[in-house]
Design a protein around this ligand. Structure first.
Ligand SMILES: Cc1cc2nc3c(=O)[nH]c(=O)nc-3n(C[C@H](O)[C@H](O)[C@H](O)COP(=O)(O)OP(=O)(O)OC[C@H]3O[C@@H](n4cnc5c(N)ncnc54)[C@H](O)[C@@H]3O)c2cc1C
Length: 320
């Protein structure tokens, strides 16, 4: 089978973790299909990323020296079109990132490749590639195939594949960037509102609050409880939408995925598909809800039908 080409990303000199997750997806496919895995990095100093990209299972790293320090969509689209034409990979994997949104769909249209975005499952059914992604606001998962397409480009959801830890010894190849007509420039980075040093995607223990807390004045009680338990405070979307907690604490489809979490305490959260998209993988979900029919109980390891304020009081006494 034709090779799998992974397009790595860097920003401000840091390799994006999602690049290594795409490589992990490619290496997993290689184990069943035997294709070679090729990683490509486009940067002003691409050599500095080669060691990081040289993980077990990667056969070749292609370096492309860019005239720009930061991402620029025309550079990626035109360079990758030339590279794909030369290499003819069967599959191209790109992180599902803000950068990819700027060039991947356009590149797929130009090259007439098969395309799917935000993919979190990839497999071969015989020779046919099948990608899984969500639809209807995460309510259903759909499998997509690409009949008649020799080349398929997929943007891959982050925090889905675990990075390969072992290092490898790939061949290093250079690819010359073609002459490019740039239609935009990277000016500067605007920082988002600070996360105050909190990154819920890296938290091991989470205490998340939902609309069951009833009013803003009650947030403080649960924030203090989380602190005394040494849990990171998270929330459902209505809490962030109301401005009761900052957006960076929101778990779910339009918030964050708590990918490192091992214990998730859900207090007064009903368990909408959108919330569960960010936490349903957690091995130990403990849900407290007064409604025994709440959907959150369908994925909880431990379910407590109770008032969250009573449970909070018990926990406060315990962790005091
Ligand atoms: C495109 C899109 C993206 C979205 N993205 C997200 C997202 O990223 N994250 C997210 O969370 N939501 C998201 N939502 C919103 C989602 O659909 C739900 O509306 C939301 O998750 C509900 O939040 P909740 O569970 O806190 O509130 P509710 O659904 O109102 O549930 C509150 C729960 O608290 C229980 N309760 C009430 N009082 C108590 C009490 N005293 N003790 C115990 N239990 C009590 C109730 O029984 C109820 O089950 C999204 C929606 C859309 C359309």
């Amino acid at each position: 089978m034709a090779e799998i080409l992974v397009i790595a990303e860097q920003r401000r000199g840091e390799l994006a973790a999602a690049s290594l997750e795409c490589i992990a997806a490619a290496v997993e496919l290689k184990q069943s299909g035997g294709q070679s895995v090729v990683a490509c990095i486009i940067a002003q100093n691409p050599e500095s990323y080669v060691a990081l990209l040289s993980v077990a299972g990667v056969d070749e790293v292609i370096t492309v020296t860019s005239v720009e320090a930061e991402f620029q969509s025309d550079i990626f689209a035109e360079t990758l079109q030339a590279l794909i034409e030369q290499r003819q990979p069967g599959l191209v994997l790109v992180p599902h990132s803000i950068d990819a949104w700027g060039y991947a769909p356009a590149l797929a249209v130009r090259g007439q490749y098969g395309f799917a975005s935000d993919v979190f499952g990839i497999r071969y059914d015989g020779d046919d590639l099948v990608a899984t992604r969500a639809a209807y606001a995460e309510k259903v998962h759909v499998e997509i195939d690409f009949p008649g397409r020799q080349i398929v480009l997929l943007t891959v959801r982050g925090n889905t594949w675990k990075q390969v830890e072992e290092s490898g010894n790939p061949q290093i190849t250079e690819f010359a960037m073609p002459a490019i007509t740039k239609r935009s420039n990277h000016e500067t980075f605007l920082e988002p509102a600070s996360g105050g040093g909190v990154d819920i995607t890296q938290a091991e223990f989470m205490l998340s609050i939902g609309r069951g807390i009833d009013e803003e004045d009650n947030v403080e009680q649960f924030a203090e409880l989380a602190e005394s338990m040494e849990f990171t405070l998270g929330c459902s979307r209505p809490i962030a939408d109301n401005g009761w907690l900052p957006k960076y604490r929101q778990v779910g489809q339009s918030g964050k995925t708590v990918s490192s979490c091992s214990i998730y305490l859900a207090l007064g959260i009903s368990g909408s598909v959108q919330h569960m998209a960010g936490m349903k993988h957690v091995p130990n979900i403990i849900a407290v809800n007064t409604d025994p029919e709440a959907s959150i109980f369908s994925i909880a390891r431990y379910g407590v039908v109770a008032d969250i304020f009573d449970i909070a009081e018990e926990l406060e006494n315990h962790f005091d």
